[in-house]
Every structure is written in structure tokens, then in C-alpha cells.
Design a protein around this ligand. Structure first.
Ligand SMILES: [Zn+2]
Ligand SMILES: [Zn+2]
Length: 482
């Protein structure tokens, strides 16, 4: 699967659609979309840039020299200021227009317009630029890219992803016959588009142990097209009670690498990358993460979760974060018993849902305590307390049916984002629910709405302009320069 991937936020999609369809006589309309290009190669998955829409600039009336329901003509001069911005800010120029009467395909005139635009753009900004063209017609996005090095030829994108309250995909390719054969039962439940969409997505799984390995193995069987497995840890004998796809011979081997080998051996239409590293300290792991369309958080680590919590806004990714918690007490018989035990499934999209801080999943004091332990593994609970820090862990004993069940709920949540099938009772939140393995129920709890939260309230990190990765100098320079 070649071709770039385009991502629009739901609000951007609505704004563009609203503008393009606003002509009083149904004429064609045009706009510019400025994109951030994530040009990241991850070994094991296809070479596919992500273009994240950053800003929409509708054409002003004065720029348009003529229009009808089947054409639009415009001046290049007013666009030169935007060309300059592209160069200064490292953004990619995108030309967007609509065909009010169809068809949902680019025309010969579009071909000429794009050629003119990319020539003008590369005359000013040099031969290394790329260019995006998007067309809105018949309630669908069609998109393609061009490079100034071969301005006459265009490449269709792999898909255009709109991230609102769910995942909406346009322009994806049809699955192969071999894939359809494997997915016959899922096609029967959700339809062919669902199967094709899942096949077009690149899903990052951060943490490949008790929850990550069941997610990745079942996710692969369910027809995810590309998986990026990120985990720096090795398999321990005590993991064998709950992991999937890993065996005794894999002990002391990196979980991500052995899991990749297992999945590749199943015989599915999937590409898998393994990154033996961790996202909160390693720029290479952050790049691999940023290249994904969807992230599944399967780490038990507060600092790692904090990074996923910012990355989802900066890199426009839905985050399904899962964890287990509860309390083990001693029973009257002198043996442990589960006082309570639950799996948590949090689903956060850049423009929907509370972030992990607001959900109470991560706290500053827990993250700083983890950093303090990393700097000094011998630090005592007393010393942490002296620094006003505390460990955040609850009892999560790591029991297979509970870790697997939580991972299965996460995969069903991904299904629900692609093709909503759940009917939530009013007391259960879409963005955070708990599966209670002891009391046998699904519930949510209310959290205070923090309108000042920089993540989900003021959206300070939404499509952040980065000078370094996620603007954290410790994570190195941004990918474009590396
Ligand atoms: Zn056209
Ligand atoms: Zn928040």
C-alpha cells in the first residue's frame, strides 16, 4: 500500500465542506489547506507520509476570475504570500476545490491547474516541495499528491482520514481477495467498507505485554493493515501467563520483535514494524508513533502515557488507552482475594473526550515520582513523600483473562470508532469506561470538566507547531531535519 495519508480534524472537515458548498448559485469554490508533512520511514511498514491539515484559507472573492457549477479560475498573485508562508513555516501547500455536480474524480482542467500551481510553487520554494490536491464531490474526499521533481505525474493518496467523534475514511483501496476470504465473517457483521478501512489503517501499539500482545495478535487477525509495535522490554517468564504469541524460547528477547515474528507467521495481509524502545525517551520511537493513524496505549507507565496524551493532539491521532487496576486483600482463609478488579478503556480523539489527566489516569506527582525512580532506583517511598511525590500504581496483578478481556474491549472500541455499533446507556461515557471483573458490570464515573486543561480544554497542543519533537528538546530535533 503506497501513497500518502491525509488527516483532517472534524472541525476542519466541517469548515471546508461548509465553505465549498456556500456559493449561492452552486458554483465551484476553492480553498488552500496548509499541511504539516510527517515524512517518516519505519522499517517493516510501507513508506507513507502523513499530511496533517494545519490551517484552512478560503479563496477570497477577489482571487477568483471566473466560476460556474463546473469550473473555477483564479489569479496566482494572491497565492504568493501563502507560498512564502509554506517556505517560512515548513508547510505543504494544498489546493482544495469541489465539483458541485460531480463527478468525484479529478478532471483534465484540474490536471492543468495543479501543474500550474506546482510550477509556480517550486519556482519560488525550490525543487524539494510536494503539493496536495483535494476534491470534494458526491459527499466524498478524493486526494492526490505531486512532487516538484515530477510535476506532471500525481500519486493517489492511500486515504483521507477525518477525525471527529469517530474515524471516517475516504478514498481507501479495496482489500485483496485473500484478505476478503479471511475477513468473511467480519464482512458479514460490519460490511465490506469496514474491512477495507481497517486494512488501510496503521495502528501503533505502545507496550507489547499483557494487554498489548493480545491486542496486536487479535488486531492483526481482525484485519488491521499495518501495526507498529513499540516496547523496549524483554519477555519475562512471569509474563507467560497472559501474553499472546510469545513462548518460553522468547524469554529475554524483546517482546516487540518476537511479537512481530509471530504475527508475520500467521499468514495475513499485514505489515508489522517492531521498535525496541520507549516513547517517552527515544526520538526514533516518537517518530514511529507519529507515523501511525491510531494509537493503542498498552503501557503501565505514567511517563509513557503522558507522552501519548500530548502526541494525540499534536499528531492528530485517536488514542485508545487501556489499563487495569484494583485491590488485592487477604481473605479469611489467609489467601489473597480480589476486593475489586477492573479494566479501563479510555478513548480520546483530538476534538472529543477528556484527556488522561482530566480522566485521572495520570497525575503530575505520579509522573515525577516515576522520573525520580528512574534517576535513582534506590529512592524510598519516604524520600518521595519528602519531595511531595507519590507512586500511582494500584494492584493490577496481571491475570490473563482480565488483561486479555481489556485488550479485546480496546479492539472492539477501535471497531466502534470505524463503524459505530455500540448503544451506550446514558450513565456510561464513551471516553472512559470500566469493565468490572468482580461486580460484573460496565460503569463510568464523572470527572470535573477542566476548561483550562491545556490538552482537552484550551487545546494548547492541538496541531502544535514543533521546533523539536513535541517541543521537548530532550526528544531531539523534529523528523524533517533528521
Ligand atoms: Zn475540478
Ligand atoms: Zn484534560
Amino acid at each position: 500500500m503506497m501513497g500518502a495519508r491525509i488527516t483532517l480534524l472534524g472541525s476542519q472537515h466541517e469548515a471546508l465542506k461548509g465553505f465549498l458548498e456556500s456559493h449561492p448559485h452552486g458554483h465551484e469554490m476553492a480553498a488552500v489547506v496548509l499541511f504539516k508533512r510527517l515524512r517518516i520511514q519505519v522499517e517493516g511498514v510501507s513508506d507513507s507520509d502523513r499530511y496533517l491539515a494545519q490551517e484552512i484559507i478560503p479563496f477570497e472573492d477577489a482571487w477568483v476570475t471566473g466560476s460556474s457549477p463546473s469550473h473555477i479560475a483564479f489569479n496566482l498573485a494572491p497565492l504568493r504570500e501563502i507560498f512564502r508562508r509554506c517556505e517560512d513555516e515548513g508547510l505543504v501547500f494544498g489546493f482544495v476545490h469541489n465539483h458541485p455536480a460531480g463527478p468525484a474524480e479529478f478532471s483534465d482542467v484540474d490536471e492543468k491547474n495543479e501543474y500550474t500551481l506546482i510550477q509556480a510553487l517550486s519556482n519560488r520554494n525550490g525543487p524539494d516541495i510536494t503539493f496536495v490536491a483535494m476534491l470534494w464531490a458526491e459527499e466524498k474526499w478524493v486526494a492526490r499528491t505531486r512532487s516538484a521533481k515530477a510535476p506532471r505525474s500525481s500519486e493517489s493518496v492511500r486515504h483521507t482520514l477525518v477525525l471527529g467523534k469517530q474515524i471516517s475514511l475516504y478514498g481507501y483501496k479495496e482489500s485483496s481477495d485473500t484478505h476478503c476470504e479471511v475477513q468473511a465473517r467480519q464482512t458479514a457483521a460490519f460490511g465490506q467498507p469496514f474491512v477495507d478501512i481497517l486494512q488501510s489503517l496503521r495502528v501503533g501499539v505502545v507496550g507489547n505485554g499483557g494487554t498489548g500482545s493480545p491486542f496486536a495478535t487479535l488486531g492483526a487477525r481482525a484485519g488491521i493493515g499495518e501495526l507498529v509495535l513499540i516496547d523496549k522490554d524483554q519477555l519475562d517468564a512471569s509474563n507467560l501467563n497472559r501474553v499472546r504469541g510469545l513462548v518460553r524460547a522468547d524469554i529475554e528477547q524483546a517482546k516487540s520483535t518476537t511479537l512481530k515474528a509471530f504475527i508475520e507467521n500467521i499468514g495475513l495481509s499485514i505489515k508489522v514494524a517492531a521498535v525496541v524502545s520507549e516513547v517517552d525517551t527515544d526520538p526514533i520511537a516518537v517518530d514511529a508513533l507519529a507515523s501511525c493513524d491510531v494509537i493503542i496505549g498498552c503501557t503501565d507507565d505514567f511517563s509513557g502515557r503522558e507522552l501519548l496524551n500530548v502526541a494525540l493532539y499534536v499528531y492528530a491521532q485517536p488514542l485508545i488507552d487501556i489499563g487495569l487496576g484494583g485491590r488485592v486483600d487477604e481473605g479469611k482463609d489467609g489467601y489473597p482475594y480480589l476486593r475489586y478488579h477492573y479494566g479501563r478503556i479510555s478513548t480520546i480523539l483530538p476534538e472529543a473526550g477528556q484527556c488522561l489527566f482530566c480522566q485521572g489516569v495520570i497525575k503530575e506527582v505520579w509522573i515525577r515520582a516515576q522520573h525520580a525512580r528512574r534517576d535513582n532506583p534506590a529512592i524510598t517511598a519516604e524520600e518521595l513523600k519528602g519531595r511531595y511525590l507519590e507512586d500511582g500504581a494500584t494492584d493490577a496483578p496481571g491475570v490473563g483473562p482480565f488483561t486479555s478481556a481489556t485488550a479485546d474491549y480496546a479492539l472492539a472500541t477501535l471497531f466502534d470508532l470505524i463503524k459505530p455499533f455500540r448503544r451506550f446507556p446514558p450513565e456510561v461515557r464513551r471516553d472512559m469506561f470500566f469493565v468490572d471483573f468482580v461486580k460484573m458490570g460496565i460503569h463510568s464515573h464523572e470527572t470535573a470538566k477542566d476548561t483550562e486543561c491545556p490538552y482537552c480544554g484550551t487545546h494548547k497542543f492541538l496541531l502544535l507547531k514543533e521546533s523539536s519533537r513535541l517541543n521537548r528538546p530532550s526528544l531531539g530535533k523534529r523528523y524533517e531535519f533528521s
